[in-house]
Design a protein around this ligand. Structure first.
Ligand SMILES: Nc1ncnc2c1ncn2[C@@H]1O[C@H](COP(=O)(O)OP(=O)(O)O)[C@@H](O)[C@H]1O
Ligand SMILES: [Mg+2]
Length: 263
């Protein structure tokens, strides 16, 4: 199966009339792994939320398309059904919905009506992924993320990724708060997704995740824009030298989004 193409062009995004993203261009194709790096407050999570359709984020200019279809015209659930997936920086706790019920509904939502995944097949695949991610069996019967530790929430996001098998995934700081063993497990899960039909956008501000998952492209965000792109060597240089040299090269003093009131 040929991979999907997510195309972001000149994306401007505002929150409560404050412009956060100021013209982002990014194309992610099936088979490609992209890393978006950058200091805090540069708009990385805003980009993730805008792609997925968080209602608070207003697109004021530019476009997002998936295989040529206008993503901005789609509701959040339609985006998910079209094959987009977001692992959130801070996953929400959803009381009353068990992890396994949530997963099964999400899987079935992407299948034809009346062609839900057979229960035994679901259980078998769930067990396999729980095992791969070293997640306790009983987590599947607990309410989604409720009382989970930070590390368990992150692993649960990757469990969703493996189960839902999206075409394009955005992983927002999937590495934050993980110890080295958990980081290796999470990376193993993400690497398992690698195929020509899967594209991935990994948002992180540490290079260490990229020691386990080699990106094909690395982009640096500052002031609500992608200011530099390169290959994996760019991430290595950032690890060795930090962001200072990019700021100097581009004459940037403050990396954070400088917020201008439009009103
Ligand atoms: N929901 C929100 N309401 C108000 N301001 C926000 C919201 N989300 C993000 N911002 C602001 O947008 C800027 C970029 O934030 P964010 O996208 O979270 O950056 P990053 O993920 O790169 O750390 C920050 O100044 C932040 O305070
Ligand atoms: Mg963030």
């Amino acid at each position: 199966m040929a991979g999907s193409v997510l195309e972001i062009k000149n994306l401007h995004v505002s929150i409560e009339d404050k412009e956060i993203l100021k013209g982002v261009d990014l194309t992610i194709k099936g088979g490609e792994f992209h890393a978006v790096m950058g200091p805090n407050g540069t708009g990385k999570s805003t980009l993730a939320s805008a792609i997925m359709g968080h209602p608070k984020y207003e697109i004021t200019e530019g476009s997002i398309t998936l295989d040529g279809e206008d993503v901005l015209e789609m509701e959040v659930d339609e985006r998910a059904r079209a094959g987009l997936f977001l692992a959130m920086q801070y996953p929400s706790e959803i009381s009353g919905v068990t992890t396994s019920d949530f997963l099964r509904s999400a899987i079935n939502a992407r299948r034809e009506e009346g062609d839900g995944i057979p229960l035994m097949k679901f259980i078998k695949e769930l067990d396999k992924d729980l095992d791969l991610l070293d997640i306790d069996q009983n987590m599947a019967t607990r309410y989604l993320n409720e009382g989970f530790s930070g590390g368990e929430k992150k692993r649960n996001e990757i469990l969703q990724l493996l189960q839902i098998k999206p075409n394009i995934a955005i992983l927002d700081e999937i590495d934050s708060g993980l110890d080295i063993d958990a980081l290796k497990i999470v990376s193993k899960g993400i690497n398992k997704m690698r195929s020509e039909s899967f594209g991935c956008l990994m948002i992180t501000h540490y290079q260490r995740l990229l020691n386990y998952i080699t990106p094909d492209y690395v982009h640096v965000m500052m002031q609500g824009r992608v200011v530099k792109s390169g290959g994996p060597e760019l991430a290595k240089r950032l690890e060795a030298e930090g962001y200072e040299w990019i700021k100097e090269e581009l004459g940037i003093e403050d990396t954070e989004v400088s917020v201008e009131q439009n009103a």
